[in-house]
Structures are given as structure tokens and as C-alpha cells.
Design a protein around this ligand. Structure first.
Ligand code: PLP
Length: 392
């Protein structure tokens, strides 16, 4: 009998698998934990959760709110989000049809991209970028097209934005205030972006998760408020940063009803609903915390910003002053190491302070002279990290 060769196995990883590498941020966190250092790498604000938020979530568990919610979230929270968008920005959204409570801003972006974009569609993303934005689009087989914002102030180059447009461009993804640069887009910049969005009939997807982290008296401008933009802007934000609940996985999307039904459908498909009891916590926060809470949040972080800027300057790691969010990019050219990842490991080894390689936020070969430091830490930990950095 002739032997029949065994068929070659068809088991294999997907085409996307080679891109599935551990992020530099998680890698530095692991390194930092291993040596018991202070982690300024991950954007985890470990400041206290506001009391009403915490108590309402615990009460909700006791009261039995532990089962699936409506796919777009509990009415109480949808109403509170709609009221917040109205009072903060004058944006009107119907809580029945235009608000989605999402599993974090991350879940919101994923659902919005699935609902509105197709494989191969190009999305303009500003560089330096937040890694999840680029990776989320790539994981859905969309093409992020990077548009550089140049150091030191990361001002918008409108010609670079125009030059990046092609027939395949479907959307611009904008993060303001920005992770990692701390840039806050000015009204003039937002107006020129809006003009391009309108002219080329694009979606604008905004990540406004740092909306309350703006300094020196500046205020956040929600791009959907610009003339003609509300119907084509998908606003994404969340509670991770504002209420220091990154592990609760709670965010939201507000958008015109034309888009929201399908965004909510895809969110349901992946997450079913946002965590039930935590939705009650966030609703209580929005309902009960006074405007002074948000002012204090910015004031506290402005003071943390001053401390890290001074320590980095003293350490000879030249920082760029962020206008918003809670990260500082510092020039670490003087540290040994052939790239930013090596410089970050050197810094951790000699000071015990973890930061993220700037290269995590740029196309390959860029950001190698930068490290990102997160300053949303408890005062005691931040002061200790500053003292350690000064010894450099
Ligand atoms: N968007 C930006 C720009 C961020 O920096 C982060 C966290 O670092 C997130 C979204 C994550 O938000 P969430 O925890 O709501 O998914």
C-alpha cells in the first residue's frame, strides 16, 4: 500500500498576530513591579475615588444591580451623561438614542470603528499618538495614517494634514487633551480640522477622556460644538481618569442617533454591557459632585505637574510643559542607551522610577530621545519619584 502523506496543518495564527506584541507600557510596569520601583509609566491614576462614586457602586451591589443592563447602559447614567454634555458644552443628546455607556473609552472606540469604518479605510491620526488608537484601528483592518505634530509645542501643521488625505480617508481621530504630549488643540486648530472634515465629508472621532485635565486656566473645547460638526462627530470619553477608576472599565460615546444604534449594537456584541454596579457609581458622581470637584481636580494635577517638571529639569531631562492631560514628554538624550527603551531601563535601574519609551508613541525610528512620565500619582509617591529623579 502506498503511504499517503499527512496533510500539512492548516492551524495557524491570524495575519494580525505578528502585530500582537506586549506594549512598552505594560513591559515597563512589569519591570518596575519586579524591582519595587515607582511606576510613572502607566497612566493609572491611583488618587482616591470620590466618595459618592465609591459608595453608590458598593450600594448598587448590595441592592442587587449585578445583572446585565440595557445594552446602552442604565437610564440614570445615560441621563446624567446627556445632562453633563449639555451643561459642560451646550451639546444636546437624547439619552434614549444618542448616548452609549461603554466598557471604557477603549470599548467605545472599538464599537464606533466597527460601526462606521470598513477594512482598508484610512483614518488620520496625529503623531505622537496613543497606542491603543492605532492598534484598535489596525486590529479591525483599518489603516491609521500618521500626521506628525512637531516638537516642542506639537502645533498643527494643516498642510501636513491636507497632504495625508486620499480617496480612502474616512475619518480623523483626534485626542484632546492629548496623551502623550499634553497638547490641547486650540480653537483655531479645531476650526481648521473641522473645515477639512466638512470639505471631505469625513467622520471626526474625538477622544476627550482628559477633558477635565486642562491647566493654566484653559478650558476644553469639545470639537462637536463647532458649526456643522455635531452630526459627524463621535464623542468618546469616560470615567477612568476623572473618577480614578481605570479598572472599572466605564466610559461613554455620544453621537447623533443616525450612528448610535449601530455603535451600540457592536458594543453589545463585544461587551454585552458596561459593568452594571459601577454604572450606578458613575451616575452618582455625575449627579452629586459639584463644579468645584472638577476645578480641584485640575488644580491638584497642575500642582503635580509643577513638581514633576521641576524634578525633570533638575535631573537634566528637559521636559515639554503639557497644557493638559497628565503626562510629560522629556528629552532624555543625555541618558545612556541606544534607544528610548534602553534609556527607560537605565533610568529604572539607577533611580527606581519607571517611565515609558517615547518610541511607543511614534512611527518606528522616532521618539527615541523621549520618555513619557505620568504624574497622576498620589502626592507622596510623586514626591518620592521626584526626589529619586533628582539624584540622577
Ligand atoms: N484614551 C486615552 C487617550 C488614554 O490615554 C486612555 C488611557 O490611558 C484611554 C483612552 C483609556 O480609557 P478607558 O480606561 O476609558 O478605556
Amino acid at each position: 500500500m502506498p503511504t499517503i502523506p499527512a496533510p500539512a496543518s492548516r492551524l495557524s495564527l491570524s495575519h494580525l498576530a505578528p502585530a500582537a506584541v506586549q506594549s512598552e507600557i505594560r513591559a515597563m510596569t512589569t519591570e518596575c513591579d519586579r524591582i519595587g520601583g515607582i511606576n510613572l509609566a502607566q497612566g493609572v491614576c491611583d488618587t482616591p475615588v470620590p466618595a459618592p462614586v465609591q459608595e453608590a457602586a458598593i450600594q448598587a451591589i448590595h441592592d442587587g444591580y449585578n445583572i446585565y443592563t440595557r445594552l446602552d447602559g442604565i437610564a440614570r447614567l445615560r441621563n446624567a451623561i446627556a445632562a453633563k454634555q449639555q451643561s459642560d458644552y451646550g451639546l444636546t443628546y437624547d439619552p434614549e438614542t444618542e448616548v452609549l455607556v461603554a466598557s471604557g473609552a477603549t470599548g467605545g472606540l472599538h464599537a464606533a470603528a466597527m460601526a462606521l469604518l470598513n477594512p482598508g479605510d484610512e483614518v488620520l491620526v496625529f503623531e505622537p499618538f496613543y497606542g491603543y488608537h492605532v492598534s484598535t484601528l489596525q486590529s479591525l483592518r483599518m489603516k491609521p495614517i500618521l500626521v506628525s505634530l512637531a516638537e516642542p509645542d506639537y502645533a498643527l501643521d494643516i498642510n501636513a494634514l491636507r497632504a495625508a488625505l486620499t480617496q480612502k480617508t474616512r475619518a480623523i481621530l483626534l485626542n484632546t487633551p492629548t496623551n502623550p504630549s499634553g497638547k490641547v488643540f486650540t480653537r483655531a486648530e479645531l476650526e481648521s480640522i473641522a473645515a477639512i472634515v466638512l470639505e471631505h465629508d469625513l467622520f471626526l472621532i474625538t477622544d476627550e477622556i482628559y477633558e477635565y485635565f486642562v491647566y493654566d486656566g484653559a478650558s476644553h473645547i469639545s470639537p462637536a460644538t463647532l458649526p456643522g460638526m455635531r452630526e459627524r462627530t463621535i464623542v468618546i470619553s469616560g470615567f477612568s481618569k476623572t473618577f480614578s477608576v481605570t479598572g472599572w472599565r466605564l466610559g461613554y460615546v455620544t453621537a447623533d442617533a443616525k450612528w448610535m444604534g449601530v455603535i451600540a449594537y457592536f458594543h453589545d456584541l463585544t461587551y454585552v454591557c458596561a459593568p452594571s454596579a459601577f454604572q450606578h457609581g458613575a451616575a452618582a458622581g455625575l449627579e452629586q459632585l459639584p463644579p468645584s470637584f472638577y476645578r480641584q481636580l485640575a488644580a491638584d494635577h497642575q500642582s503635580k505637574r509643577a513638581r514633576i517638571l521641576s524634578a525633570l529639569t533638575d535631573a537634566g531631562l528637559t521636559p515639554t510643559t503639557p497644557a493638559g492631560a497628565y503626562y510629560v514628554l522629556a528629552d532624555v538624550t543625555r541618558l545612556p542607551g541606544k534607544n528610548a527603551a534602553e534609556k527607560a531601563r537605565h533610568l529604572l535601574a539607577v533611580t527606581g522610577v519607571a517611565a515609558v519609551a517615547g518610541s511607543a508613541f511614534f512611527r518606528p525610528g522616532h521618539g527615541e530621545n523621549l520618555l513619557r512620565f505620568c504624574f497622576a500619582k498620589k502626592d507622596h509617591d510623586l514626591d518620592e519619584a521626584c526626589a529619586l529623579l533628582r539624584r540622577l
